[in-house]
Design a protein around this ligand. Structure first.
Ligand SMILES: [Fe+2]
Ligand SMILES: [Fe+2]
Length: 258
């Protein structure tokens, strides 16, 4: 296993790095196309790409809020754009996300298998090119893909103590849960609002306790601060809606606090 830390995010620039330009950019564009056209009848691939894109933006803005560099934020975003790709693995049944009941623990475990599948898919691709396997982007993206459902109480699919993961990997868990909680599921009457979603993560108000012990209290406190500010600043705030051209990891995008 390789070592991961937050400094990796400052060791390269996804958009201009020559190794990534040569060996990864074209494949990533193909991958985005493949994800968006996956299961088109249900719209599954497009919805998934929109979620990956929203979380990428949200995470990049949150990293800037915490003081990370613009380059670090951009590299994190490029990794988040693929974090759920395991859902397109041939052995994965995407209908596990369309249950009309609240998922049982067994169904939840099946849902979360995509984290390991996606990390394995990315690793298998990078193994063909040693320059990619040695690159810090491999570590960042592999970590985000594998660990984005981990919890500090070890309740995630890998059983990792998430508090030992770098901040960027813990952020992938928080922003993924936040965005996922706003998506309306068939067993709900309506999706949650941004404030309801962030309060649920932070265990504020009436809560079902789903996230008790899940995230670092200090990090979730900062995220709450970040979201409350964002919601206050945008009275007509609505979730980021993806424009297709924004899906490319090299696409220029404006960070909120630049
Ligand atoms: Fe996921
Ligand atoms: Fe996700």
């Amino acid at each position: 296993m390789y070592e991961i830390n937050d400094k990796l995010l400052d060791e390269y620039d996804y958009s201009t790095d020559p190794v990534l330009q040569k060996h990864l950019h074209a494949w990533d564009r193909v991958l985005i196309g493949a994800i968006m056209s996956y299961a088109p009848i249900t719209g599954f691939g497009k919805q998934m790409m929109a979620h990956q894109n929203r979380t990428g933006h949200d995470g990049a803005n949150f990293l800037r809020f915490l003081g990370f560099s613009k380059q670090a934020a951009g590299n994190f975003r490029a990794s988040m754009l693929f974090h759920d790709m395991g859902k397109t693995h041939s052995s994965y049944n995407p209908t596990i996300w369309s249950l009309t009941n609240r998922p049982t623990p067994e169904e939840k475990a099946l849902q979360k298998r995509h984290a390991r599948l996606g990390a394995d898919m990315f690793e298998a691709f990078c193994k063909k090119t040693p320059a990619l396997l040695d690159h810090p982007h491999f570590k960042v993206r592999h970590a985000v893909t594998l660990y984005h459902h981990e919890r500090i109480d070890r309740a995630g699919p890998e059983g990792t103590v998430a508090a030992r993961l770098p901040v960027f990997a813990q952020i992938s868990c928080i922003i993924d849960a936040y965005d996922g909680d706003m998506i309306k599921r068939p067993h709900q009457e309506r999706g949650r609002t941004p404030l309801e979603a962030v309060h649920r993560l932070a265990g504020i108000g009436e809560t079902d306790g789903k996230y008790t012990g899940a995230f670092s209290p200090s990090l979730i406190g900062r995220y709450l601060e970040f979201k409350e500010q964002q919601i206050k600043d945008n009275e007509t705030w609505h979730p980021y809606v993806m424009k297709e051209e924004d899906a490319l990891p090299t696409a220029h995008f404006e960070l909120e606090n630049d």
